[in-house]
Design a protein around this ligand. Structure first.
Ligand code: PGA
Length: 243
């Protein structure tokens, strides 16, 4: 695992954007695994900038997002489909038909989850997976548990996660209590993983991920078992690594 520390989140975004760019230049029809949340926004801004400047072409790129809230339609103001459109897809030359976000409103969530994994597999698997990390160590919406999940599945969100995400909703009560997420197994099958964490509020979790044992109680710790992971941190998120 390669751990790189940058001065601030803007520098992390630039470096992370370079990793994405190198993947697309190497393989123009690559499969990107994408994440929502505040953390990847500077990276997405770099991707948008490079596309505007003609450096980066997304016309053949395909993408699969990690997760979606159960009960939110794609056009809901807090849905992750809407987030991805607004933060990235609407600003680059990606074909939206090539972008995938799990469905939160289907009649059969189990069948939809299976179909999502099948679609990832049919596309040839994820070449580069971007990940953030939750305060409780979640990746995607894989919350602390007794075992590592394998496939895309439905989860109950923890109070920590619902509180952290309440800032996007009008009231904390509106945060859904369930989500659909790629499993740890799905994530670990990605050929390459780029984990990004920024801000002092992530410092304890980052330390536990990098210095503690591998345990499903801190799902991100599983990344120690993946052979191609880059972790990009700003100085604040790296602040407790030497403690
Ligand atoms: P954040 O979320 O980027 O908004 O902190 C990260 C996550 O929950 O994975």
């Amino acid at each position: 695992m390669q751990v790189l520390v940058f001065k601030n989140e803007a520098e992390v975004g630039k470096a992370a954007g370079m990793i994405v760019a190198s993947e697309i230049i190497k393989k123009p029809d690559c499969i990107l695994g994408l994440a929502t949340g505040s953390t990847p926004i500077p990276t997405y801004q770099e991707m948008i900038r490079m596309n505007r400047e003609g450096i980066l072409d997304f016309s053949k790129v395909r993408s699969f997002n990690l997760d979606e809230y159960i009960g939110l339609a794609p056009d809901h103001v807090c849905s992750y489909r809407r987030f991805m459109n607004e933060q990235l897809f609407d600003h680059i030359n990606i074909d939206k038909a090539n972008t995938h976000v799990p469905c939160g409103i289907g009649a059969d969530h189990e069948a939809d989850a299976k179909a999502y994994d099948a679609a990832v597999e049919a596309a040839g698997g994820i070449d580069l997976q971007i990940l953030g990390i939750g305060h409780d160590g979640h990746i995607g919406f894989n919350e602390p548990d007794d075992t590592f999940s394998r496939e895309t599945h439905i989860v109950e969100l923890t109070d920590v996660t619902r509180q952290a995400n309440a800032r996007f909703f009008d009231s904390p009560d509106e945060v859904p209590d369930k989500a659909v997420t790629m499993g740890i197994g799905t994530i670990m099958q990605a050929k390459r993983i780029l984990m990004i964490a920024t801000g002092a509020d992530k410092a304890d979790t980052v330390r536990a991920m990098l210095r503690g044992p591998v345990t499903p109680r801190l799902p991100a710790s599983v990344l120690a078992f993946h052979r191609d992971v880059v972790v990009m941190l700003d100085a604040a998120a790296a602040g407790k690594l030497e403690a």
